[in-house]
Design a protein around this ligand. Structure first.
Ligand code: UDP
Ligand code: MG
Length: 318
């Protein structure tokens, strides 16, 4: 199998037939064998039935993975990777906002010697204030923190060589950080502008709260790709800074008491802010420990992070 197209589907019934038709037409331009893996993420609008009817008409190319409940887009993408057989894996949204006709161009670019071809929605057709603006900030932040400079982490349409994405697991909102993981194993990354369309059917599944999750995931990803082998540097360093700051504060209060006679305990704001800063740091560090524990929990037992109702696919020859 040369190409697997992975598509997470959550309540996208109305888009699916047109999507599959557009994709199939685009695939005519691609040399080699291909499959599309629709991962139904617990839809309740009849999407699984629609997907199975699409399978019935095109069993050569279609695989349907059906979740028992809604596990989220990242988990759906992870399941798609788990079931993909292609040497190249491409992701696509199910809502027709990405355009399958961009895939042949992306594969051509991949063949020029890249491991990742990342779509960039240069003319993005989403709400400017609630979507595009936070996304600009998020992309700027992720690029500068991780050192992997991309204009559009949030664009699902991206193509990867299998080797650079199969070595790790994805949690939370982390599918957008796949390029960062790929970079950490030495992938060559190219960003190309792709088409983007306004949503015609159904509604977006996300709101502003996603930005917060993305920032928190960024901290976790940075930790996992850089410090997870030596967490004591981070934890110990953070602790040392905190202890240093509190010693400095106490010293200041002591000196002030000696010089001006102001009571050390007379300033409640000092205590409150110190406490808040410490608690904040503590909770971030605890979050990182929890990240590690979650991974140990799932990976030591080979326990998947999703449960499947059924898989619809043709018996495999390879
Ligand atoms: N999606 C999913 N599970 C979810 C939420 C979304 O599989 O819990 C899918 C959704 O069907 C779509 C893609 O993820 O194919 C992107 O979702 P959406 O279009 O709502 O995001 P937006 O384009 O608004 O960022
Ligand atoms: Mg969308």
């Amino acid at each position: 199998m040369d190409l697997s197209v992975v598509i997470p589907v959550y309540n996208e019934n109305e888009s699916l037939e047109l999507l599959h038709q557009t994709l199939s037409e685009a695939m005519l331009e691609v040399t080699g064998t291909w499959e599309v893996i629709y991962v139904d993420d617990g839809s309740r609008d009849g999407s699984p039935e629609k997907l199975k009817s699409i399978y019935a008409k095109d069993p050569e190319h279609v695989v349907v993975v059906e979740f028992r409940r809604n596990f989220g887009q990242t988990t759906a993408i992870l399941a798609g990777i788990d079931h993909a057989r292609g040497k190249v894996i491409t992701f696509l949204d199910a809502d027709l906002q990405n355009d399958p006709r961009d895939i042949p161009m992306m594969l051509t670019r991949l063949d020029e010697g890249y491991d990742v071809v990342s779509g960039w929605r240069k003319n993005r057709e989403d709400n400017a204030i609630t979507r595009n603006f936070p996304s600009h900030i998020a992309n700027w932040l992720i690029s500068n923190v991780t050192g992997v400079h991309l204009h559009d982490y949030g664009c699902t349409l991206k193509a990867y060589r299998r080797e650079v994405i199969t070595g790790f697991k994805l949690y939370g909102e982390m599918h957008r950080f796949i390029p960062v993981y790929a970079n950490s194993v030495g992938a060559r990354i190219l960003e190309v502008p792709v088409r983007h369309h306004a949503r015609k059917f159904g509604a977006s599944k996300y709101g502003l709260e996603r930005t917060v999750k993305v920032v928190l995931d960024l901290i976790a990803v940075q930790f996992l790709t850089h410090s997870s082998k030596k967490p004591i540097y981070l934890f110990g360093g953070g602790g040392a800074v905190l202890i240093g700051a509190s010693l400095f504060g106490l010293l200041f209060l002591l000196v002030r008491k000696l010089v001006t006679g102001v009571e050390v305990l007379s300033s409640p704001f000092f205590i409150i802010s110190t406490l808040a800063a410490m608690t904040g740091f503590q909770s971030i560090l605890m979050g990182l420990i929890a990240e590690l524990l979650v991974r140990t929990y799932h990976e030591s037992q080979q326990k998947p992070t999703y449960t499947i109702r059924g898989i619809t696919r043709k018996a495999s020859q390879d």
